[in-house]
Design a protein around this ligand. Sequence first.
Ligand code: GLU
Length: 441
Amino acid sequence: MTVVRYAPSPTGRLHLGNARPALLNWLFALARSGTYVLRLDDTDTARSTEEFARGIEEDLSWFGITPTFTVRQSHRTALYDAARDRLIAAARLYPCYETESELDRKRMRARALGRPPIYDRAALNLTDGQKRQYAEEGRKPHWRFKLDGRPVQFADLIKGEQTVNTASMSDPVLVREDGSYLYTLPSVVDDIDLSITHVIRGEDHVSNTGTQIEIFEALGGKVPFFAHHNLLTGAEGEGLSKRIGSLSLAELRAQGYEALAVAIVAVLTGTSLPVEPYPDLRAIARKLDLSMISHGPARHDPAELDGLNARILHTMPFEVARPRLEPLGLASEPLWLALRENLSRFDDIVELSKLVFGPIVPVIAPEDREFVDLARDNLPPEPWDQGAWALWTDTLKEKSGRKGKALFMPLRLALTGRADGPELRSLLPLLGRKACLDRLS
Ligand code: GLU
């Protein structure tokens, strides 16, 4: 049984880069009929908000991601307290009393001596008397996890064999002075408690994984499989920060992008699968394997999103579009098939449909007047299908001697008022003879 989790912090709106682990986990679960847990990492109570939590759920449901269930770390403190106590009892968690400025000084001294600025574990040498005295002075400890100092190895499902040398790391602080938890411990406790089988997350967490595997082992939990994916970056390789509003999923949605286009770009950029239209996420889940994710950077190119969005619309079957056309009063298959190839955003259909239903202002240049009159007088009799256009223009070619652009552009301008747009062959039967007569006149 596969159990994955997506674990965002509700401290901002999700952006395109955050969508990558959200979707990779979803596709992984889909392919295995697994469980998808949404875990809101909201232990940072100062920065987490209810509104951001709702925003995350909205963004996921826009993609069609429906978590099996949701947990909030802020509701699970009792579990973390129990784990904390076990680690203290096992002497893997120890109290430290250094202030920020003391730690700063230690780091500066280490650097001056050319040593790595690793925490010196001075707190391990505190006597019980010293600790009692601190407590009497009202000083509260923060708590550090005592790393083993040996290389931690794991077989990453994307990056292959990894080694994290915890000897070159400071013992991480797991509990703050006020008793609140940093991300590291609650994440492991939840992964154990929820029986997470696969942790799929960004490669910025690889060194965390070294620490976390030690914590899994210290707590006697089963270590899950890990898969660290490359991060989506801007065109210049710069990180997509949560604070870049323009690439927030909410903003992309407001700009009218298809959820599927955004999902494909978020998940397939920087993989060996092409960024191209797929019918739905399930179709991607069937093809994508974690091993296809490249080890190099995944650069996002906004033009690619525009192109893909258009391609998805240009081939979108009527049945897929229908539920969205109905509220617009435009649910007609011939209309959809005639207009879809001119859409860059779905809602463009509203403007484009005016070419059919009007009002439009026909454009007829004085030098084309005579030709347009001829065209009007030679409109074939109805019923019209896609063949009507060829019938009509063959006649006009013969009678006027015009061909190519000189033939069709005056017709397009008179019939639609525009120099570009949908195929006239498809528009003609939608307009009907009466509207054509009016516009040509
Ligand atoms: N809240 C963490 C983050 O957003 C979760 C990382 C993880 O998946 O463990 O980076």
